[in-house]
Write a protein that binds this ligand. Structure first.
Ligand code: NDP
Length: 619
């Protein structure tokens, strides 16, 4: 029988652990499907408007013909952080091109009710010290995050030369002139000495490939384009009064749904939650940030917090836990168990011990998460269906103090499909488990493409030296130096999670690091009068080999229940492994490495050339 320690941690017997493994396998097998990622649909045809911008009216303008030092494609935190670092590096001529109507990226698009960040504001909000923001809460809601994004733009003067509601259609390298030529859907022709792009890892909405989806006769939208005109309410949390007489369905129970289901449950006449796999819901414990405490922090605190969080969250050792939340709890449990096993049992530190510590901590954590469901959800049958049966990092962990409680409301109905998903959709509603549910509206909380081809996600092609496209260069998987520089594509910088720090819960740390690196490289080129900077083929090959040597992470773990974290349960091909690869020693090692690389001033792996030299090479 399992036991519980005074601090509330559960300890399982070996037999209980074995039973868990067996149950996890059964639950995974129910969900494996041969079509993997192909089960999802792109929002096209009837759903093409799902990706349009509902927040601003497109205003026609004459095409822009201009020449700039640096153009950045994407106005989310990647563009903002890079822009800020450029300005700090003395590069004033910085120009942002963005498809949305303003800065903000995911926080511009995602305005669904209840939207917030699951990562603590002290570390998630980038450049807090630089722009003088004080987060109001430990975890802040979307409008506050968006305001912070706009503040970065304002403080660093990034708005003046920004082009909004403008989509890049083609990026071409003009070798004779050592310039990038950017073509857009506004007919613009912008020549840039350097181009950087942060087009987003998880931004392209996808729809569930459910038979009949296009036949639905009610109102439908994707969570990333919430239709407040139809629901009433607003992103600040005003009640969605227009739902008071409506029957609403929501498909999906991932991190987005977990946040928007509580307000939907509060405001809809009836809410039907169609669940294929339950998320793990740990406590949130949000609280206001004390202004006096915040003001007492010493200058330079954010960098310290960032490294502390990244270290603990990825299983490293640190004297204190500054953020102290569900993310660090996972890692601290593992760490403490390793220390205990080493001390008490006199074991040697080897991979088997580390792996066992991971598994044991995970089993216990997930047992506590399932017990939390029982403690909150009053109907035992509903509670049973809300319990997740997989290891915690198989899917994105969620944290919420109102989600499970919402299922105690009489107007909220959980339609669990036992891993099978919704059967079909017709004009009047949704079929699941052989039963029809009549609906007025349907919300797709079905997520975003992840690790699909870069060009498909960013929506345009990039042609480098000799007209080679990025798609061609990456036909066997991404190739880069540091996840940023690509051979054959001079003066181009990519802000991506891949081949750098990888997918971590605090994505903005990746973006600040990339922005800092790019600004340093550009500054060096400008200061030394070099027209071109490009990684050598050898440096690219060395970095790709390093990425190939990385051990498996949960990304690609075939034992996990399917989801975007593990390529929907399909084993990763060598190409996939490069596309989602990261530094073999993990994000903290990467961040330290890239900091040293920048500080050395040698920019090893890159070649800086004058225009004349480059023309000779190209000819
Ligand atoms: P997800 O991809 O995490 O979730 C999609 C959901 O749709 C899953 O529950 C999936 O079920 C379900 N689904 C798909 N097809 C069907 C079907 N045919 N029938 C029934 N259900 C179906 O998308 P989200 O938008 O929730 O989250 C995406 C990511 O965005 C997060 O993982 C996170 O990285 C980020 N995010 C970050 C937040 C933050 O706090 N910073 C907040 C919200 C999102 P199944 O699990 O079975 O595949």
């Amino acid at each position: 029988m399992s036991t519980t320690t005074p601090d509330g941690h559960v300890h399982l017997t070996q037999a209980e652990r074995d039973a868990l493994r067996a149950r996890y396998r059964i639950e995974r097998d129910k969900r494996l499907r041969p079509d993997g990622n192909d089960q999802y649909l792109e929002p096209k045809g009837r759903f093409a408007h799902f990706v349009e911008d509902p927040y601003v009216q497109r205003v026609e303008r004459p095409p822009v013909v201009s020449e700039v030092t640096v153009a950045f494609i994407g106005g989310g935190f990647a563009g903002l952080c890079t822009g800020a670092r450029m300005k700090q590096a003395g590069i004033a001529d910085f120009h942002v091109i963005e498809g949305g109507g303003d800065f903000g990226g995911v926080w511009y698009w995602n305005r669904y009710p209840g939207a917030m960040c699951d990562t603590a504001a002290m570390v998630y909000l980038p450049l807090v010290e630089e722009v003088g923001t004080r987060p109001t809460m430990k975890y802040v809601f979307a409008p506050e995050i968006w305001r912070h994004a706009l503040r970065i733009a304002e403080v660093f003067g990034l708005r003046d030369r920004a082009l909004f509601s403008t989509n890049v259609t083609l990026l071409e390298w003009d070798d004779a002139d050592s310039r990038w030529v950017i073509h857009t859907d506004r007919g613009d022709r912008i020549r840039a000495r350097f181009v950087a792009m942060g087009t987003g890892p998880l931004h392209k909405p996808k729809l569930p490939g459910i038979p009949g989806i296009e036949s639905f006769g009610g109102h439908a939208f994707h969570t990333s384009r919430w239709d407040y005109a139809w629901t009433g309410g607003d992103p600040a949390g005003a009640p969605m009064t227009k739902l008071a007489d409506k029957r609403i369905g929501i498909i999906g129970t991932g991190a987005t749904a977990v946040q928007c289901i509580p307000p939907l449950g509060r405001d809809a006449k009836e809410l039907y939650v169609f669940q294929r796999t339950p998320s793990s819901i740990d406590v949130r414990n949000n609280h206001p940030i004390d202004p006096a405490w915040f003001e007492s922090l010493e200058s330079g605190w954010q960098k310290k917090w960032l490294m502390n969080f990244a270290t603990l969250q990825t299983g490293g050792f640190a004297d204190e836990d500054l953020v102290k939340d569900g993310w660090t709890d996972i890692a601290i449990r593992v760490r403490d168990r390793i220390v205990k096993d080493l001390g008490e049992n006199g074991n040697l530190l080897d991979m088997a011990l580390v792996q066992k510590a991971f598994e044991d901590s995970d089993d216990e954590k997930m047992t506590e998460i399932r017990a939390r469901v029982d403690a909150i959800v009053k109907d035992p049958a509903t509670a049973e269906k809300l319990k997740p049966w997989y290891r915690q990092l198989c899917k994105r962990p969620c944290f919420h103090d109102e989600y499970l409680q919402t299922f105690n409301r009489p107007n909220v109905h959980l339609v669990d499909t036992d891993g099978k998903g919704v059967e079909r959709i017709d004009e009047a509603g949704v079929w699941a488990n052989g039963k029809h549910v009549d609906l007025d509206g349907l919300v797709f909380a079905s997520g975003f493409e992840f690790a699909t081809d870069f060009t498909r996600r960013c929506g345009f092609e990039t042609r480098g030296i000799g007209g080679e496209t990025l798609s061609e260069h990456w036909k066997d998987g991404m190739r880069s130096v540091h996840g940023i520089h690509v051979h054959g594509f001079p003066n181009l910088f990519i802000v991506s999670l891949s081949q750098g720090g990888g997918l971590i819960s605090n994505i903005t740390q990746n973006l600040v690091e990339a922005g800092t690196t790019i600004a340093e490289v550009v500054r060096h080129a400008v200061e030394t009068g070099r027209e071109r900077v490009e990684p050598t083929a050898e440096a690219e090959e060395r970095w790709v080999e390093l990425i190939r040597s990385a051990p498996d992470t949960f990304l690609g773990n075939p034992e996990c229940t399917p989801g975007y974290y593990n390529n929907e349960g399909k084993p990763l091909t060598p190409r996939d492994r490069l596309n989602v690869g990261r530094h073999p020693l993990g994000p903290v090692a990467y961040f330290q490495y890239i900091d040293d690389w920048r500080r050395s001033g040698r920019f090893e792996g890159l070649e800086f050339r004058r225009a004349a030299e480059s023309v000779a090479r190209a000819g």
